[in-house]
Design a protein around this ligand. Sequence first.
Ligand code: GDD
Ligand code: MN
Length: 348
Amino acid sequence: MLGMLLILVHFTEPISYYLYLRNRKLNIEYINNKYRNISIIIPTYNEGERIKEKLINVLQSYPLDYMEIIIVDSSNDNTEEIVKSMQIHKLKFIKEKERRGKIYAIREGIKQASNDIVVITDADAIWKDPLINAIKYLGGNIGAVSCIKHANSNVENSYRNFYNIIRIGESAIFSTPIFHGELTAFRKDIITPEELPNVGADDSTIATLVSLKGYRAICVENMRAVEIAPRGLDYITWKTRRGSHLIRHFTRFLSKVIRSKNRRFKGIFIEEFYLHLINPWLLIIGLILLSIWNLYLLIVLFSISAILSINVKFREALRAWLPNQLFLILSQFFALRGEVLAWKKERK
Ligand code: GDD
Ligand code: MN
């Protein structure tokens, strides 16, 4: 019976959280629709195939006079050549002597930024909306803004839709501790580069640091970004590696968040900690207990989900959810390894 209970909690907890957040709308007092000067940082490691499309997308997203582009590059392919051939108006191209990992590039980029508003974005991400949709929120008690995400596959998308709603709901309450590498915009007066630990997830780290300082870090609905997901085996290493970034971020900040005074952010952070680090185990342990002591119940459970899977929505949600729980568990073992260094580039 314990097995069944664990499985029940595994599913009802996130569903209740989702339902609790579902209809929340962002309540923002401060909006500044005027264009302000911004510095856009793109870290690059062998992005020759992507960088042109990326830069065109960035250049079209905000008025050129207001934007400085900082590329911190550690490539050994033709990325530099392509960037320089594009003759960008205000460009700082920083060539690193050796590849040291994304976080070093980000810290360097922030140091070189001339403007108070900084936007970090990955080379393999494309923005679907004008950047002002995110920038306009920065100011007042809003310290950082990120996007919502769309993917290039159906399964990845059903997982995304679920999480986008959660990100927006958390932002409506106060802050979300999970940001995206596609777009992390923040105010430089709140965060210094030295504060960023090397956990892999610079994006979420910024969201949490900003929140710990009493400012809000929000994901907004009208700023959408697409990311290309790798296929085949690379998909598994990609998911697991990124999961481990998030897990390190959660373990790194847990005690600080618990000691902080902001009850709303504390609740959100602890819930996300639970969803990423604890909830996946309930499913696995529940299934193991059932298969040892109550095979009959396990068969009933499988039959019920098979019947419900006639519904496409249910099937897709399950197909996205179940592997993700496994990835999260694998990620925890992955995260036990020491410092995050430069990671292998997956094929996309
Ligand atoms: N300069 C430099 N040096 N750039 C790097 C390095 C490096 O060692 N490693 C990666 N980059 C650049 C890539 O070229 C890309 O523009 C960006 O950093 C992100 O690298 P990806 O390899 O595409 O990372 P990811 O998609 O798996 O992970 C991203 O998303 C995660 C979840 O949102 C990153 O942004 C993670 O930081 C983030 O946690
Ligand atoms: Mn990427």
